[in-house]
Design a protein around this ligand. Sequence first.
Ligand SMILES: [Ca+2]
Ligand SMILES: [Ca+2]
Length: 217
Amino acid sequence: MQFNANRMLSTLLAALFAVTAVVTVTTPAHAQTVLTVTGPAAAKQGATVNLTISLSGNTATTPAGLQWTLVPPVGTTAQSVAATTAVTGAGKVVACGATNLLCLIYGPNQNIIPNGPIATITARLPANAAPGVTAFTLTGLIAGDKSGQPTAVSSGPAYNLTVLSISDINGDGTVNSADIAAMANQVTAGTCTDDQNGDSQCNLLDVLIVVLRSLGL
Ligand SMILES: [Ca+2]
Ligand SMILES: [Ca+2]
């Protein structure tokens, strides 16, 4: 009986090893080029946000160049675009359209674009952006290898930004008496980080605007 049990155990282990070996052999080993956009979890209406475009899955031969279009919430304007040092170190430059954020990374060489952050885009949210969750997406992706041939590229997980009301002084997602007090404190303390009406100063009028927003008006 003991012999049979040991034999059965040996047989099971052998079968498990065989299955593991098959799985190991048949698992695809190819990498896929993936572009991802990330940024802060939350920002206030009218705020400037820094967005990072990152690459993963490069290989020894691709990508040598990339193209994408960043589609931000309506009304968002791009302030600047910069390649990371990893990209400039590979002899590449980044260029984007002024209005449509169609961007290219290319260079006079066959160097491969490295994994990790590849470009930083600074954008300003519209002052009237609707509070809540809004998405930035990457579309129109094109990748080319060092011979100029197209290669597979896809976009990573969606980047969702929570837009906060400009009157949500403490950034907790609601506008209430705490924000009124915080705005009043900025006036009396002479600090002014949350100017409500765009006149570059904080005074009674800014407090009254926060009061109205707290009332849902
Ligand atoms: Ca608040
Ligand atoms: Ca003001």
